[in-house]
Design a protein around this ligand. Structure first.
Ligand code: TRP
Length: 362
């Protein structure tokens, strides 16, 4: 059986929030501890972050450590997971250059995530070439490590599909070399996309609707108590809507029966609580207080661990350096195989040299 290898990553453009946590980080830690994977690589994709932050390298640089701290605090263990910095692995750039020839401009233009990002950034008239090609660079990230499994959110689906196409194309042109990866989506729909605290589609720093992994107790409480609920649920007795109600969406993602036993024994589980809310007679404040307890319990140990790591930044850099070194060796091996398959390893392929010799000395 083919051994399973994980590759995934994040752009370091800000601290990670609890949307990242339920959408990917929590899962990564579970996968890491499952023992099912031969290797796990987690990439801090600073080079990709620069594709739309060219004028702001400082932001990207600062956030590399922030993201690393979030990883370690959430439970990624450098003994089991290679945490690496993308830009320090130049082999990835070289792979990208060769892959670019296997993808058409029209194909990249069809990528729905790229389209949405272009709109969001008002790039319509001035798309940086580097940004436009980042899905191809992401294919390098994935294939360099021969990843079989890419745990990401659904917005990354077009990137994985693009990667698979590149792999198929490469293998058919140059011979079986690369591994076709599979996407691994969150197994729980509630974790697919946690809305912002204001009920907006996405949590985003610029909208100010995030709760961060590093958020303090008061910050979390404030965010929860002012969270968007059902605007039609005015009086406690009114029937309320659970669908599209942010507080319940968060409870879907975070709460379990133990939380009910501990903080809200009136209900056995979330279903019972929702039932009551729908019928009327359950006030938002009670639900919010419960959510606050759940989030505090979940985030406290992460925040405390983060504070410990914050006191030892040299250790964090050491983790990144080691993880990057190990990863770079793997990427270099793949690049070598790629160039062998393409027959462009001119100086260390005896056969190529012999071929030329024979041509002229025949
Ligand atoms: N595009 C991902 C994001 O925006 C980050 C990323 C870069 C990534 N390279 C990757 C994710 C490779 C998975 C695999 O969050």
């Amino acid at each position: 059986m083919k051994e399973k290898i994980i590759l995934t990553g994040d752009r370091p453009t800000g601290r990670l929030h609890i949307g990242h946590y339920v959408g990917s980080l929590r899962r990564r830690v579970e996968l890491q501890n499952s023992g099912e994977f031969k290797d796990i690589f987690v990439m801090i994709a600073d080079a990709q972050a620069l594709t739309d932050n060219a004028e702001n390298p400082e932001k990207v640089r600062q956030n590399i450590v922030e993201v690393a701290l979030d990883y370690l605090a959430a439970g990624l263990d450098p003994e089991k997971t290679n945490i690496m910095i993308q830009s320090q692995i130049p082999e990835l750039t070289e792979l990208t250059f060769y892959y670019m020839n296997l993808v058409t401009v029209a194909r990249v233009q069809r990528n729905p995530t790229v389209k949405a990002e272009i709109q969001m950034r008002n790039f319509e008239a001035s798309i940086p070439v580097g940004f436009f090609t980042y899905p191809i660079s992401q294919a390098s990230d994935i294939t360099a490590f021969k990843a079989t499994t890419v745990p990401v959110g659904e917005d990354q689906e077009p990137m994985i599909e693009q990667t698979r196409e590149i792999v198929r194309k490469f293998n058919s042109v140059y011979g079986e070399t690369l591994v076709e990866p599979e996407i691994m989506l969150p197994d729980d729909a509630s974790c697919m996309r946690l809305p912002g605290t204001d009920g907006q589609q996405k949590m985003s720093k610029s909208l100010g609707n995030c709760i961060y992994l590093a958020s303090g107790e008061n910050e979390i409480k404030k965010a929860v108590m002012s969270m968007f609920t059902d605007p039609g649920h005015l009086k406690v007795e009114d029937p309320g809507k659970v669908e599209g109600n942010t507080v319940f969406q968060y409870l879907d993602a975070f709460s379990n029966e133990d939380h009910f036993a501990e903080y809200c024994p009136d209900y056995k589980n979330l279903e019972e609580m929702k039932e009551h809310y729908r019928k009327g007679g359950l006030g938002d404040v009670k639900v919010k207080k419960f959510l606050n307890n759940v989030l505090q319990e979940t985030l406290r140990p992460i925040r405390e661990k983060r504070h410990e790591f914050e006191k030892d930044i040299p250790y964090v850099y050491e983790v990144l350096k080691k993880g990057t070194e190990v990863s770079r060796e793997v990427a270099a091996r793949t690049l070598h195989e790629v160039k062998d398959a393409m027959k462009i390893n001119y100086f260390d392929n005896e056969d190529l040299i012999k071929e030329t010799l024979e041509k002229y000395n025949a």
